[in-house]
Design a protein around this ligand. Structure first.
Ligand SMILES: Cc1cc2nc3c(=O)[nH]c(=O)nc-3n(C[C@H](O)[C@H](O)[C@H](O)COP(=O)(O)O)c2cc1C
Length: 157
């Protein structure tokens, strides 16, 4: 079974989790990039929250991998304004028809993962086969390997 882990990361936590998950699954990865968007600093943070809250469409750099060539796609997003980030929303909307089976994980500071899951299902038009939320504190302490391994097992089992 071929798996693609697609993620967006502003400050590295989602990337760290996505790379570990890909290693556990023997999966390929695709990191989403928003060309010309500066999400850094206080202004970048505020505009990011606004874009997420208003579900603003964002432009993505062309992706390298065709999700239709994979048996399942795992989406990894930071929680922004209690929902998924705009880049993952844009990817899910653009590739919903090509994604056969989807799972979703999010990273967050302590609030709002469940809305990310329900909104991802709504955008994809299909149920997620597995979900996982990871707390910043746990990622920073290196305490999420067991959670990622259990998630990987749910995907492969
Ligand atoms: C604009 C913005 C909005 C955020 N909103 C939330 C939120 O609603 N709930 C939450 O728990 N964390 C929120 N966070 C924290 C991130 O979800 C969290 O730090 C995440 O791990 C960052 O992932 P990254 O390092 O891959 O960018 C927000 C962060 C940003 C930048």
């Amino acid at each position: 079974m071929k798996t693609l882990v697609v993620f967006y990361s502003r400050t590295g936590r989602t990337r760290k989790a996505a790379e570990k998950l890909a290693e556990l699954l023997g999966a390929e990865t695709e990191e989403l990039v928003e060309p010309g968007k500066d999400r850094g600093g206080a202004v970048g943070f505020m505009l990011a929250g606004r874009d997420a809250m208003l579900k603003r469409p964002v432009e993505l750099a062309p992706v390298a991998k065709d999700p239709a060539a994979f048996d399942r796609v795992v989406l990894g997003s930071p929680v922004w304004a209690f929902t998924m980030c705009p880049a993952i929303r844009a990817y899910a909307a653009a590739h919903a028809g090509a994604i056969r089976t989807a799972a979703f994980f999010c990273t967050h500071g302590g609030g709002g993962p469940s809305k990310s899951f329900s909104q991802a299902e709504a955008v994809l038009g299909k149920p997620l086969i597995a979900t996982l939320s990871l707390l910043d504190k746990a990622i920073d302490r290196g305490e999420v390997d067991a959670d990622l391994a259990a998630f990987a097992k749910r995907l492969t089992g």
